[in-house]
Design a binder for this molecule. Sequence first.
Ligand SMILES: NC(=O)c1ccc[n+]([C@@H]2O[C@H](COP(=O)([O-])OP(=O)(O)OC[C@H]3O[C@@H](n4cnc5c(N)ncnc54)[C@H](OP(=O)(O)O)[C@@H]3O)[C@@H](O)[C@H]2O)c1
Length: 277
Amino acid sequence: MNGENLKQQRIGVIGAGVMGCALIKGMLAAGLLKQENLWAVVATATSQKRIGDELGIPVYRALPHDEIALTDTFLICTKPYRVLGVLAELKQSRALKPGALVVSIAAGTTIQQIEQALPDVPVIRAMPNTPSLIRAGVTVLAAGSHARDEHTAVAQDIFQSVGKVWQLDERHLDAVTAVSGSGPAYIYLILEALADGAVKVGLPRDIAFQLVSQTMLGAAMMVQDTGKHPATLKDEVTTPAGCTISALLTMEDGRIRSTLARAVEEATRTAAGLGNK
Ligand SMILES: NC(=O)c1ccc[n+]([C@@H]2O[C@H](COP(=O)([O-])OP(=O)(O)OC[C@H]3O[C@@H](n4cnc5c(N)ncnc54)[C@H](OP(=O)(O)O)[C@@H]3O)[C@@H](O)[C@H]2O)c1
């Protein structure tokens, strides 16, 4: 990541909650932007004070019309049901710079919905995840019909400051939402369940969490670093008549694979409906 595309940018983050703050912190930590080139909007006075104090950037409780006219990129990070209202306000302001970019991270809100609300505006839809908070996130970007390479480059720099970035056609974004957007929650549940097992057989819970989470990290890195199929890696640790195969067959009895795969399918269906609520 070189971040060159952000050097000249002024960015407004509309909705500085969990994800909005993660992105602001990532960009600042990566040294890609200075505080004076960032501003944010929240709804409540409590968040306004907390985030202003913590991040040292101007935080507003309504769209700041003076700032809009100076802003190159708007990062829309409100809950999905608020996005169209925010876009309508941006349009009504009549202050958008020509070529200003809108990047939305809202699940289920389509590029078409955003382009209808803001005709002719370059749009990028992004789906990050919460490990962005520790700069270990995954983001998938999809470009709208007016987005050019320089717009995608800006979005790449923003999200690379908090993790890894891929670009896909928008038709995949509900699936991405279900896999990597919601994915950390599935992993936490599996982690907790394995730790429960460890506690049941006598390990202290804090040790159990450390052992399981480090095992998950190591196994994920094995998949990434070796490029081997997970089934091959699984077979390599499964000794005939050993304890690993005992555990694996117990998991298969509980239909673990189809349960996890169907969960992703169900989450994809839900994600597709979020922009309409
Ligand atoms: N969390 C995830 O795992 C995740 C992953 C990928 C994508 N997303 C997407 O990220 C978006 C934000 O999720 P989140 O978890 O960060 O939500 P969140 O923590 O609830 O943050 C929402 C933020 O929006 C602010 N807000 C509310 N109404 C507003 C308005 N009218 N104008 C401007 N700001 C307003 C809230 O202000 P207050 O703090 O004052 O209430 C809050 O700062 C969602 O669209 C979600 O689909 C989330």
